[in-house]
Write a protein of this length. Structure first.
Length: 225
C-alpha cells in the first residue's frame, strides 16, 4: 500500500491525554473541507482555497445560516442551505414612505431562493401601526402580495390583497391582520419557482397623507423542484 504524498503518517487516533482532559483535539477552521463555523460573510469568503472542498458546510454566526460549497469552490459557489423542509421566518417593516411608493417601488419580504427552488408560505400576519395620521384614498388602494415573477400582464398573474385600504389603511387605530391568502394550499395565488415574494400596489393609486407603518411576520419553507 503506497504512502500518501505530502502527508504525515498517523498510526493511531488523535485524542486528548485522557478522558478527563477538556482540551480540543483540533480547530475546525484549519481543516480541509468538512464543517466549520465563522463569524460573518467576510470570514467565510476568506477561507483559503487549500481549506475548501466541494460539499463542505460553513455555519455563519451573524445570520444563523448554513452555507454549502456547491458545484465548485469559488465564493460564487456558496449556496444557502435550506435544510430541506425546515421552517424559516422573517419580519419586515414597511415605513409610511415605502407604503406611499408601493405603486412604483415594490417591497421584498422573502428573497429569491434560487434556480430549482420555490417558496411555500405557511403563514403571514401583519400589524398596522396607526401613528397618528390615517391614509386617504379609495378601496382599490390596498397592499397586494405576489411572487415577484408574476407581474401585471404576465401569465399566472393574480391579484391578492394582504392589507386592504378599507378597514386597515384608512383606520385611526392599530390593527392586527391574518393574511389568509392560500399560499401553497390551493388558494388564489400562484406560486413560482426561482422567484421572491413581494408587496406591491397598483400604479396610479390615490393613496396619500398617512404615516402608519405595517410590520409583516411570515413563516415559510424553501422547497426543491
Amino acid at each position: 500500500m503506497a504512502q500518501i504524498p505530502g502527508s504525515i503518517p498517523i498510526t493511531g487516533k488523535v485524542a486528548p491525554t485522557d478522558t478527563t482532559d477538556t482540551f480540543a483535539t483540533h480547530v475546525d477552521v484549519f481543516g480541509e473541507g468538512g464543517y466549520m463555523t465563522v463569524a460573518d460573510q467576510a470570514e467565510r469568503e476568506a477561507i483559503t482555497t487549500e481549506r475548501r472542498k466541494q460539499g463542505m458546510a460553513v455555519f455563519q454566526n451573524d445570520t444563523n445560516e448554513m452555507y454549502i460549497l456547491q458545484d465548485g469552490v469559488a465564493n460564487s459557489n456558496w449556496t444557502l442551505f435550506s435544510g430541506g423542509s425546515s421552517v424559516q421566518s422573517t419580519k419586515v417593516t414597511l415605513t409610511s414612505t415605502e407604503i406611499l411608493n408601493l405603486g412604483s417601488t415594490f417591497k421584498e419580504i422573502i428573497p429569491n431562493p434560487g434556480a430549482g427552488k420555490f417558496i411555500e408560505i405557511l403563514s403571514i400576519y401583519a400589524l398596522y401601526s396607526f401613528n397618528g395620521i390615517a391614509y386617504t384614498g379609495q378601496n382599490t388602494d390596498s397592499i397586494l402580495i405576489r411572487y415577484g415573477a408574476y407581474g401585471p400582464g404576465l401569465s399566472g398573474y393574480v391579484t391578492v390583497t394582504l392589507i386592504p385600504f378599507a378597514s386597515v389603511l384608512n383606520r385611526t387605530t392599530d390593527k392586527y391582520i391574518f393574511g389568509n391568502i392560500g399560499f401553497g394550499n390551493g388558494g388564489p395565488i400562484n406560486w413560482k419557482d426561482n422567484s421572491n415574494v413581494e408587496l406591491w400596489m397598483f400604479s396610479g393609486n390615490t393613496l396619500a397623507n398617512g404615516n402608519g407603518e405595517v410590520t409583516i411576520y411570515a413563516s415559510y419553507i424553501i422547497k426543491n423542484l
